[in-house]
Design a protein around this ligand. Structure first.
Ligand code: ACO
Ligand code: KIV
Length: 514
């Protein structure tokens, strides 16, 4: 069995999914989970793209110990310098530099000749090599590039010090056979190719990202790049959980192993879905809600007689356990704390107290508190900043009827501690609440997206709402959960507004060197 390295780019390419906007705490929690999942390398962001991304990459680089952390950079000295500042404290800092090599990109986007592209790539890889031991270079849009030109630039970039060469299918255009050929071609035509690892990075525009990644492995790639749940630019990237399980289940055919801990798949997928607001479709391979559900009578009969009749992957393999009824109304703090640890959370005493209070409130309203409910409570508390002044929802009331105008009355405590209250109307109940909140909050707010999801099954399932707003023209996302849809909606709105306040506070503290 040969080993293939897993390069996770959920926090960089995954975050390029339209509408996804992770804050630093969420990025850090995903990074910790990726480490538990066993990825070899994680791309934590693009440090030169924004101050927020720089800070997130720096924090992840300083925290994560068992996974190599990398950041993306253009072929620009300033991008490389900023990436070094963000990554220099990592256990094994590495940089990922890219430059496009296809005629379309070189002509229209970069406005450079092929020779200028080679010169820039070589200069910048040499420059990065003065700082970083590990330098990955990506030929953006490799799959629409001329293969002879690609071989020429790859050889030069290896001479300049690159340690990994990535050949991305940037626009999700190539077929498995063609992609395999690109890797074979490099192996056969680049004289110094054995000095580097070859990496594959696939997009899913034609639905072939996973199979193309596997074709690359079969033809010489020793590293695969992808994201959790396949999120990413446009139609997304190759879904790492699908590749990992395919290699495992079909190890009779694919003779490659990874370091991934398969039973961390479900938790990783849930966390990414929750923070990004990108809900996993029920029929999604490996992690979808229906992936292990058997509906048809003949299937159910077969599974009852022997699960292997219709089940090629066991739910336990990917970390799905039957929904234990865990804690209830009479559970105490000790049992709760035990469960928190069992579910993989490391929370301070202050956060455990906060989570315990939310749990107790839920047990007043909900008979059965499941692991899914606890996951929601705990991740919300984990990523909530405690010591920042924010808007708190005190109470709200909605009057709704089919023949009258929905009216909401909302009472809030503002960040300076003042209690404010007003009433407003809207075309529906959620809009009435949002209009009223807008009237109470002294910022310019516009709602741009709203998503509602239920956590678990049954009529007492928790509601989870994801919103996207612009607050004073800054896009921001927020999420909230509660047993009631309207309450979850109000929390999501305030969570988004509070994130803007948090960012402002962090920026002010940084300026004042606190
Ligand atoms: C295939 C991929 O996924 S690549 C990663 C894509 N990810 C992102 O773009 C997300 C983050 N991006 C950003 O925040 C912004 O685009 C920034 C901060 C990086 C740059 O912003 P701006 O300076 O305003 O430039 P803008 O995005 O409009 O244009 C990109 C510029 O980079 C140039 N460029 C593109 N790729 C590269 C590269 N690999 N090396 C050097 N320059 C490049 C473009 O030609 C263009 O240059 P020009 O202004 O001289 O025409
Ligand atoms: C930066 C590169 C690797 C990329 O994301 C792509 O080409 O899709």
């Amino acid at each position: 069995m040969a080993h293939v390295k897993i390069f996770d780019t959920t926090l960089r390419d995954g975050e390029q999914s339209p509408g996804v906007n992770l804050n630093q705490l969420e990025k850090l929690e995903i990074a910790k989970q990726l480490e538990r999942f066993g990825v070899d390398i994680m791309e934590a962001g693009f440090p030169a793209s924004s101050k927020g991304d720089f800070e997130a990459v720096r924090q992840i680089a300083r925290t994560i110990k068992n996974t190599s952390v990398t950041g993306l950079a253009r072929t620009k000295k300033s991008d490389i310098d900023i990436a070094w500042d963000a990554l220099k404290d990592a256990e094994e800092p590495r940089i990922h530099i890219f430059l496009a090599t296809s005629p379309i990109h070189m002509t229209y986007k970069l406005k450079k000749t092929p020779d200028e592209v080679i010169q820039t790539a070589v200069e910048m890889v040499s420059y990065a090599k003065q700082k970083f031991t590990h330098v990955e270079w990506s030929a953006e849009d490799a799959c629409r590039s001329d293969l002879d030109f690609l071989a020429r630039i790859v050889e030069k970039v290896i001479d300049a010090g690159a340690t990994v060469i990535n050949l991305p299918d940037t626009v999700g255009y190539i077929t498995p056979e063609e992609y395999g050929n690109v890797f074979r071609y490099m192996k056969e035509n680049v004289p110094n190719i054995d000095k580097v690892s070859l990496s594959a990075h696939c997009h899913d525009d034609l639905g072939m990202a996973v199979i193309n990644s596997i074709a690359a492995i079969e033809n010489g790639a020793t590293q695969i790049e992808g994201t959790i749940n396949g999120i990413g630019e446009r139609a997304g990237n190759a879904a790492l959980e699908e590749i990992a399980v395919a290699l495992n289940i079909r190890n009779d055919k694919y003779k490659h192993t990874t370091n991934l801990v398969l039973n961390e798949i479900k938790r990783t997928s849930d966390l990414v879905s929750k923070f990004t607001g990108m809900i996993v479709p029920p029929n999604k391979a490996v992690v979808g809600r229906n992936a292990f559900a058997h509906e048809a009578g003949i299937h159910q009969d077969g599974v009852l007689k022997n699960a292997s009749t219709y089940e090629i992957i066991t739910p336990e393999m990917v970390g799905i356990h039957s929904n234990n009824l865990v804690l209830g109304k009479h559970s105490g703090r000790h049992a709760f704390k035990d469960k928190v640890i069992q579910l993989g959370y490391q929370l301070s005493e202050e956060k455990i107290t906060e989570a315990f209070q939310s749990f107790k409130l839920l047990t007043d309203r909900k008979k059965e508190v499941t692991d899914e409910d606890l996951f929601t409570i705990l991740t919300d508390v984990q990523t909530e900043s405690i010591n920042v002044a924010k808007y708190e929802l005190n109470a709200f009331q909605v009057q709704y009827g089919t023949s009258n105008l929905p009216t909401a009355t909302v009472a809030l405590t503002t960040p300076d501690g003042t209690r404010v209250e007003t009433a407003g109307t809207g075309a529906g109940s959620v809009e009435a609440i949002y209009n009223t909140l807008e009237a109470l909050i002294r910022e310019e707010i516009h709602l741009t997206d709203y998503k509602l999801n239920s956590i678990g099954k049954g009529r007492d399932a928790l509601a989870e709402v994801h919103v996207q707003l612009t607050v004073n023209d800054t896009p921001v996302s927020g999420r909230g959960s509660a047993q009631d849809v309207l309450e979850a909606s109000a929390h999501a709105f305030l969570n988004a507004v509070n994130r803007v306040l948090l960012n402002q506070t962090l920026a002010e503290r940084k300026k004042a060197h606190i």
